[in-house]
Design a protein around this ligand. Structure first.
Ligand code: PXG
Length: 462
């Protein structure tokens, strides 16, 4: 057996990891100092690490393991497909059965006339495709000046040059000379942090109207598309006020621009519908998909587009594609994942069972002395930590200091809950059962209690 199945002691693994493996979004030196946690196996919603600790994974990996861990059906399908046809491309007038079946299934599941799929290996790649596709689309229609894509501050759309440019994360823009030209960012609908004295609904309306202001300032004849996550994920699970999306839709209907709904996190049941766009009630021309498409069991992403877009670009040659566009093994795994989501009515479970139960318990966390707002849509939620709820005040310490303390207490108490600044976020597997929700809430509450005690004694509760 090799090192993967019969592994070395934790400390040796950590030393090798520190010596040879560069981690995403990490300070390597800090990480090497403390040693990365080695995850060795998982089942259902529970992870096991190399020391035998069990953790409830309230982040579904990285917002992706929608059907939970350990589903043999996906492993079996992958093995079968690897034996039958491990790889073939879809470039030179060829295709294969898994990509045909997956495309047709996605066309059936996606709303309206979103009937055509361009495949990628990830969400980032899919958003890069979107940039090139919307610009090519307008050019093919004789409107080659329509190149600007409007996005939002604090949005996350990936880590490639295009994806990170669409995203509104300043620390990402600061590395590598981003954003690329003709990407414009408007403010986000984060009432807790930025709403001031306005009511949530008035603020939601005002933030949606930023889109209209931007279109008018940039010129309708220059704007190609608007992209948004229905609910901002990596930005801290920012659930917009209810007034926001109807106004966004009104503005988008008025001007000739394409709408891209980035469904990489919100898609495949997370918000209680198949797609987040259905939950917030807007009608995209393109949906970016990845993560929950395969429940993370294989890397695959894509862009689902309308008949109109497919027709326009179909009359041209679109000079774009990835070696792994529609990879047969990933496509077969995704298809099996969709079968499970559908046959086990996982979306209904989120909408009618787990979602409402989790919502009741999650929102009750706002009674905790450390918690300001507690927001949740389907199975993605956040709490804002604050020293002063009434004032919606941030902590005096650097942003993220208290969030990190809370995150560490979560890990030490058997719960993977992330922090984004001083917001704590969850996006558990969608198959979470009520008794597991009880465990999640108990552990989260304990971590909040321990955090409060620690920051009081450290003088940080100010
Ligand atoms: N769009 C959205 C909305 C995402 O959340 C991507 C695109 C990019 O997908 P890929 O597959 O290229 O990673 C994402 C990814 C975090 C975190 O810290 C979130 C993501 C990725 C990595 C970290 O929450 N989301």
């Amino acid at each position: 057996m090799n090192m993967i199945t019969n592994h070395l002691p934790t400390a040796e693994l950590q030393a090798l990891d520190a010596a040879h493996h560069i981690h995403p979004f990490s300070n390597q030196d800090e990480l090497a100092g403390q040693g990365a946690r080695v995850i060795t196996s998982a089942k259902g919603v529970m992870l096991t690490d190399s020391d035998g600790n069990q953790l409830l994974d309230a982040m579904a990996g990285l917002w992706c393991v929608n059907i939970g861990y350990g589903r043999d059906e996906l492993a079996d399908v992958a093995a079968r497909q690897m034996r039958e046809l491990p790889y073939y491309n879809t470039f030179f007038m060829t295709t294969h059965v898994p990509v045909i079946a997956l495309s047709a299934k996605l066309a059936e599941l996606a709303p309206g006339d979103l009937n055509h799929v361009f495949f990628a290996g990830s969400g980032s790649e899919a958003n890069d495709t979107n940039i090139r596709m919307v610009r090519h689309y307008w050019s093919a229609k004789g409107k080659s000046d329509k190149t600007i894509i409007i996005s939002r501050k604090n949005a996350y759309h990936g880590s490639t040059l295009g994806g990170a440019s669409l995203g509104g994360m300043i620390p990402m823009h600061q590395q590598g000379g981003l954003p690329i030209p003709d990407i414009h960012h408007i403010p986000q609908p984060n009432w807790w942090a930025e709403g001031g004295d306005m009511s949530p609904d008035a603020f939601g309306l005002a933030r949606a109207q930023e889109l209209e202001k931007a279109i008018l300032a940039l010129g309708e004849d220059r704007v190609a598309a608007f992209i948004a996550e229905p609910v901002q994920g990596a930005g801290g699970v920012i659930v917009p006020p209810e007034s926001y999306y109807p106004e966004i839709q009104r503005i988008c209907d008025k001007y000739e621009i394409l709408l891209i709904s980035d469904e990489v996190i919100c898609g495949f049941g997370r918000t209680g519908n198949w797609f987040g766009a259905q939950t917030v009630g807007w009608k995209p021309d393109i949906m970016t998909i990845a993560k929950g498409l395969s429940s993370g069991y294989a890397p695959i992403g894509g862009s689902i587009v309308t008949d109109e877009i497919a027709n326009v670009i179909g009359a041209t040659e679109f000079n774009h594609g990835y070696t792994y566009s529609g990879h047969p093994v990933a496509a077969a795994v995704a298809l099996e994942n969709l079968r499970i989501l559908e046959e086990e009515d996982v979306v209904g479970h989120v909408r009618d069972v787990a979602g409402p139960y989790l919502k009741r318990k999650w929102e009750a966390l706002s009674d905790h002395p450390l918690v300001g707002e507690a927001k949740i849509t389907g199975m993605m939620g956040s709490v804002a930590l604050t020293p002063n709820k009434a004032a919606r005040a941030p902590f005096a310490a650097n942003p993220g200091t208290v969030g990190l303390i809370c995150r560490d207490h979560c890990f030490a108490n058997g719960l993977v809950m992330r922090h984004v600044g001083d917001r704590m976020i969850i996006a558990p597997p969608l198959v979470l059962q009520p008794h597991e929700i009880d465990t999640l809430i108990e552990r989260a509450t304990r971590a909040l209690d321990l955090t409060l005690a620690q920051i009081k004694s450290d003088g940080l509760f100010v």
